[in-house]
Design a protein around this ligand. Structure first.
Ligand SMILES: Cc1ncc(C[n+]2csc(CCOP(=O)(O)OP(=O)(O)O)c2C)c(N)n1
Ligand SMILES: [Mg+2]
Length: 587
């Protein structure tokens, strides 16, 4: 391979580590690279250009240019949530890596398979190798421990040291990312390595399958089934079982078989149909004891980060608790515990299927008692819903989060839609009043770092069939965290329109509420002195109009809201994004 002096490399048609890396991603099933490029990426840029010139661009993942890294990772995150296929994000040395920011924690907590690749500053100074330093920035950008930046937020990290095994390395990283608990993985490669000339080679990606979903032991599945069958007040609590939409019908079957109420706690997907009579509600940051939780004698916690907040809402001390989870001990969470009789690391669909089989075929239960419970639970859920319905109206001429969510629910009724939620202090209201029922039709980031819906809407739309409408319900603060200038530009450039509805209280309600929960009688409360207001107000939809040509509107009048939402939906169906700021009472 030709290597010229001064770090020059490669002729048109050469094959390098960068080409093999991109090929490996595509061979492993990665559809998209969400990329933000820099001086570390000439090898990748050249490889894409050569593939295009040769009409071989399908050999590589499609490239989505993202002007901000947070948007890139959020988009990859949502794409992987919808398709359950890992995606890739390419960022610039340590600097771009740091811009991934809190979205790394969302990807880790959301169990998102994603491969993050960052180039690294060249390690040769005087043109010794192709890719050697030849720009002043190469001296400045060299980071002391680049892989360390993400180490607390990835399952695996490694350095590409040669192109000779880059395919094995990519397949191994993706194998780890996809195996449960799924999560982000990180590769770094310096310029010289990414420019290394190679002979094309093949490795069979089928030899790197993810670990098979785990089952319960025969003894534990029998113990749990027997305990549920014998319980007077059984309860199932879940947060993310529905990240695999195929698990939802299995949970439904189990709940129906024994008339077990299902509580969704800090849920970021549809775990159980929201309109099901056995659905006993949603909980996020509770301030009161949930009576259903207090009454339960046998509780199955399945796939839940936060099944309850013990400070103000906990099970009875003598309740028998079982935990079934892909990650029951959560070693990446420093402090965490559920007081369980037994914990199992298992796949929820497989595990609940085992329990259902035993209840169908072997374990006896009192059918009369089950029917009595079915009537009681259904009546309670009916009453709860009636009370919620009564709240769905404006108050003193102002739009409330309840009324807004009801309008969105009515707007989307009967349509194929995917709702992304980042409604923060309205999380509870959104879940209560949307009551999403179709598995896979509702998603949150799974973490607490705000701004996910910006890029998330782009990734979700790219991953969805063309007729599906993506709708983000987002707080005004979270909208701004999502770098809307970048996200809306990407949406237009790549034809991924969505509807954004901003729950606009002109500020951050959450830190104010947090302060009141700790210092209810404090000085901040007494003087109503909270540094959380966004006055003077920014024109939030106009950012999207400027950056991505979005349809932009702000609504104050409750009577106008349904019409404006309808117009906005029509715009989105026509192929253009829409961002509607809905004024709620100010924080
Ligand atoms: C990246 C990031 N920075 C800061 C926070 C702390 N935080 C949690 S909620 C919140 C306010 C969010 O505002 P908004 O989206 O308008 O929702 P609201 O609280 O008004 O309902 C903030 C700043 C966070 N979670 N993530
Ligand atoms: Mg707000």
């Amino acid at each position: 391979m030709p290597v010229a002096a001064g770090g020059q490399a490669s002729t048109a048609g050469s094959y390098t580590t960068s080409a093999a890396f991109l090929e490996a991603l595509a061979e492993a099933g990665v559809s998209y690279v969400f990329g933000n490029f820099g001086s570390d990426h000439p090898g990748l840029i050249e490889a894409y250009a050569q593939a295009k010139a040769a009409g071989r661009q399908d050999a590589y993942p499609k490239l989505i240019i993202c002007p901000h890294e947070m948007v890139a990772l959020s988009a990859a995150h949502a794409y992987a949530s919808v398709t359950r296929q890992p995606q890739a994000v390419v960022v610039h040395v340590g600097d771009g890596t740091q811009n991934l920011g809190g979205e790394m924690n969302n990807a880790l907590r959301g169990l998102i398979p994603v491969l993050i690749f960052a180039g690294a500053s060249p390690y040769t100074l005087e043109g010794e190798l192709p890719g050697s330093r030849n720009e002043w920035i190469h001296w400045i950008q060299d980071a002391r421990d680049q892989r360390g930046i993400l180490r607390g937020f990835v399952k695996y990290d490694n350095e590409i040291r040669t192109g000779r095994n880059v395919k094995q390395l990519v397949f191994r990283a993706l194998q780890i990312a996809r195996s449960d608990p799924a999560g982000p993985v990180h590769l770094v490669g310096a310029r010289e390595v990414m420019e290394e000339p190679l002979e094309p080679y093949t490795v069979d990606p089928a030899q790197f399958p993810p670990v098979e979903p785990a089952a319960l032991t025969a003894g534990l599945s029998r113990e749990i089934a027997t305990a549920l069958a014998g319980a007077r007040h059984p309860l199932i609590v879940t947060s993310y079982l529905g990240r695999n939409p195929d698990a939802v019908p299995v949970l439904t079957e189990l709940a129906e078989l024994l008339a077990i109420p299902v509580l969704e706690s800090a849920a970021f997907c549809v775990n159980f149909p929201g309109d099901h009579p056995l659905h006993c509600g949603y909980q996020f940051t509770t301030t009161e004891q949930n009576p259903v939780l207090a009454q339960a004698d046998v509780i199955l916690v399945v796939d839940s980060h936060v099944p309850w907040i013990p400070t103000n809402n906990r099970p009875a001390p003598d309740a028998t608790i079982y935990v079934v989870d892909v990650d029951p001990l959560r070693p990446t969470v420093p402090m965490w515990q559920i007081p369980a009789r037994r914990l199992a690391a298992a796949d929820s669909k497989v595990a609940l299927g085992q329990i259902v089989s035993l209840l169908r075929d072997e374990i006896l239960f009192e059918a009369g008692e089950v029917e009595v419970r079915r009537v009681q639970v259904s009546a309670a859920s009916h009453a709860r819903r009636a009370a919620l319905d009564a709240l769905e109206r404006p108050q003193d001429g102002a739009i409330t989060p309840q009324y807004l969510t009801a309008c969105v629910r009515d707007l989307l009724a009967g349509t194929d839609s995917l709702v992304l939620t980042e409604a923060i202090t309205s999380y509870q209201v959104v879940a209560d009043h949307l009551r999403p029922s179709v598995p896979g039709s509702y998603l949150g980031s799974g973490g607490g770092s705000l701004g996910w819906t910006g890029g998330g809407a782009v990734g979700a739309k790219l991953a969805s069939p063309p007729e599906r409408t993506v709708v983000s319900l987002v707080g005004d603060g979270s909208y701004l965290f999502g770098v809307p200038s970048s996200a809306q530009w990407v949406a237009r450039r790549y034809d991924a329109p969505s509807l954004t509805v901003i729950y606009d209280n002109r500020g951050w309600a959450a830190p104010k509420f947090s302060t009141l929960r700790v210092h209810g009688q404090g000085a901040a409360a007494a003087a109503d002195d909270f540094p959380v207001s966004f006055e003077p107000e920014a024109d939030l939809p106009a950012i999207a109009a400027a950056a991505g040509g979005a349809y932009a509107a702000t609504v104050d009048d409750p009577d106008e809201l349904p019409g404006i939402l309808k117009d906005a939906l029509a715009v989105v169906r026509g192929g253009r994004s829409a961002v509607i700021s809905v004024h709620l009472p100010p924080v």
